[in-house]
Design a protein around this ligand. Structure first.
Ligand SMILES: [Zn+2]
Ligand SMILES: [Zn+2]
Length: 225
């Protein structure tokens, strides 16, 4: 069966048939996204009960609608679903979400979740959950998570590099030291460019000029290294 049909076909015990919501959306421009499963079964069920009114748009899963809207190229709806998933992804459920099948197939969702997760990796609770999921992957039962792990590692390395500090470059666009940033140790207390001596040096990270003998950037506050 083609992917589109398999999404549209009502599944057994499907509480949120996506096709029904899509039809409603096409007629009324209204959509009603239910909580994610990872936010708790109770809150999901309560939401359905609340929305069980004939005139209200039928509740649907924002993740299913995201996938479907992507396939059907209804980009405004896809972005609406994405924004909804984003507000529902918190530090309490992000680990389960990032290792899910939907994230594995949808790069935009995976990137958003990895950003959130990597920013919180120092939290022991988050780290323990990630570790548990990584164990499943190494046992071979969750090979679809490989993409998420790869992206997480990349982002973790990037953020580590960034948090360590920033180099300095010349603020003059045509100076050689613009493209070849130098370390703080070689600049020392001098504020003008070592090469052209015409311009101030600036932070490679945020572009703020270093117009005084500072050891960290006055804009982004990172240490010069
Ligand atoms: Zn220069
Ligand atoms: Zn800076």
């Amino acid at each position: 069966m083609c992917t589109l049909l398999s999404h549209l076909r009502p599944k057994r015990n499907d509480r949120f048939p996506s096709w029904r919501s899509l039809f409603f959306y096409r007629c009324t421009d209204e959509i009603s996204f239910a909580p994610l499963k990872s936010q708790g079964v109770d809150s999901r069920l309560n939401y359905i009960r609340e929305k069980a009114v004939a005139a209200a748009p039928p509740p649907c899963s924002p993740k299913s609608i995201y996938v479907l809207a992507n396939l059907l190229e209804i980009f405004s709806l896809r972005e609406e679903a994405f924004a909804n998933i984003k507000t529902k992804t918190t530090l309490d459920n992000v680990v389960g979400e990032v290792f899910s099948w939907v994230a594995a197939g949808q790069k935009q969702i995976m990137r958003m979740q990895c950003d959130l997760l990597v920013a919180d990796l120092k939290n022991p609770k988050t780290m323990a959950l990630v570790k548990k999921n990584l164990e499943h992957i190494s046992e071979g039962s969750s090979s679809h998570c490989a993409g998420a792990v790869d992206l997480m590692l990349q982002k973790a390395f990037e953020s580590k590099k960034q948090s360590k500090g920033v180099k300095l470059r010349c603020a003059y666009r045509h100076c050689w030291l613009r493209e070849n940033p130098v370390s703080y140790s070689s600049v020392g207390s001098r504020t003008l460019c070592l090469h052209c001596e015409d311009e101030y040096m600036e932070c490679v990270g945020c572009g703020r000029r270093r117009d005084g003998d500072y050891s960290s950037c006055q804009g982004c506050r990172k240490m010069f290294i």
